[in-house]
Every structure is written in structure tokens, then in C-alpha cells.
Design a protein around this ligand. Structure first.
Ligand code: DX5
Ligand code: ZN
Length: 213
């Protein structure tokens, strides 16, 4: 299991210190939550701050867009060369076109599904994707409780993607901790995002290791 700590739970007054700490603690990716105050009722960071994160991160960036105008934001963040950019299917009229655009910029495309969005909604896109991100909380805030229905959903998605594109990874985001990590592993999840669990733990290294099962 790979681990992507969410910078949303970092201390933004000490961002460099916290980004270096999670990278030194052995994380696999650095998860960046971009919120525009429209798609979700919260506002986070833009390319100026993310470029500072990119300079001190020694692990690849995993950018999670929670925004209304996906194409605009993809163009803003592409020069920072993240490994992944993921966008919400609920907010995109032309997902196939956007996937191609992200790939043409040298970035791995991923789609995010909110807790209510069925895996079948992206059946004809799976072939084109490097990763699918399942939300296990409603997007917008860190520190929420894990929604258990993501477990049967990940099981279903894993079966679907193994038939269509077995290389496509499954990532889960929200409320992940040492209590639910085994269940996620058992249903074929490849990467977990963890914000409050990693940043509130007395040892970031211990927290990350406890998820890398
Ligand atoms: C929620 C974000 C998550 C969040 C995870 O909208 O996408 O990445 O920061 O935080 P925790 O692990 O605290 O639920
Ligand atoms: Zn996220």
C-alpha cells in the first residue's frame, strides 16, 4: 500500500518544515487538495503555494482538484509537473477530452468519484486512466469520518478495472487510519490519502509505516 499524506492537515505557517517531514518520514506521494470555494465549500491553495511545496518535496505530487473549471486549473498546475492530476467526474462535461489533455501535458490522469457516484459512471473511461480516486468522505475538509460504503464500492471497481485496465490504480481519500487500512488493502486499494491521521500522530514515520501494509 502506498501512502500520500494530505498537506491540507499541515501547519501552513510551517509548510516547508511539514512537507520535508512527511517526505523524510517515507511517504510515497504528496497529496495536494485544491479547492475553489465553488465545487466545495472551502478554499485552499493555488499554484504560487504549490510551487513552493514542489521545491521542497522530494516525493512526487498528487494534485486533487475540487474545482468547477477543471481545464483552467489543469493548465495552471501542469507547469509544476505533478505525477498525477485528478478531477471530479461530477464536475466535468467532457472527461474524455480532459484526460487526453492531462496526458498530453506529461501528467498521469485520474478521476475522482464522490461517495454517491457509482463506479459504472466511468466504465468507458477506465481504459484511459492511470488512477481512480474514491472519496471516503464528502470532499471539502480534513478530519471527517470514513464512510464505510467505500469498501463494497472499491470491491466493485476493482473487479471492473481488472477486466478493462488492470494497470489502473485505485486510491482512497478521507478518514483513512490504522483501523480501516487492512479492509482497504483487502479490497484491492493501491494508494491511500491520509491527512489528520499522519499529521496528528506523535510520529509521522510510525503513522506512514502503519499504513504501508
Ligand atoms: C478532503 C480531501 C482529503 C483530506 C483528507 O476533501 O480531499 O484529502 O484532506 O484528510 P483526512 O485524512 O483528515 O480525512
Ligand atoms: Zn484529497
Amino acid at each position: 500500500m502506498k501512502v500520500a499524506p494530505s498537506v491540507l492537515s499541515a501547519d501552513f505557517g510551517n509548510l516547508q518544515r511539514d512537507v520535508e517531514a512527511i517526505c523524510d518520514a517515507g511517504c510515497d506521494l504528496v497529496h495536494i487538495d485544491v479547492m475553489d470555494g465553488h465545487f466545495v465549500p472551502n478554499l485552499t491553495i493555488g499554484p504560487v503555494v504549490v510551487s513552493s511545496i514542489a521545491k521542497c518535496a522530494t516525493k512526487p505530487l498528487d494534485i486533487h482538484l475540487m474545482v468547477q473549471n477543471n481545464t483552467f486549473f489543469v493548465e495552471l498546475f501542469a507547469p509544476l509537473k505533478p505525477k498525477y492530476i485528478s478531477f471530479h467526474i461530477e464536475e466535468e462535461k467532457h472527461p474524455h477530452r480532459l484526460i487526453q489533455k492531462i496526458r498530453s501535458l506529461g501528467i498521469k490522469p485520474a478521476i475522482v468519484l464522490n461517495p454517491h457516484t457509482p463506479p459504472e459512471s466511468i466504465e468507458y473511461l477506465i481504459q484511459e486512466l492511470d488512477m481512480i480516486l474514491l472519496m471516503s468522505v464528502n470532499p471539502g475538509f480534513g478530519g471527517q469520518s470514513f464512510i464505510d460504503s467505500v469498501i463494497p464500492k472499491a470491491t466493485k471497481l476493482n473487479e471492473m478495472k481488472n477486466k478493462i485496465n488492470p494497470k489502473c490504480l485505485i486510491e482512497v481519500d478521507g478518514g483513512v487510519n490504522d483501523k480501516n487500512i487492512q479492509q482497504l488493502k483487502d479490497v484491492g486499494v493501491d494508494i491511500v490519502v491520509a491527512g489528520s491521521y499522519v499529521f496528528k500522530h506523535k510520529s509521522k514515520e510510525e503513522a506512514i509505516k502503519s499504513l504501508q501494509i
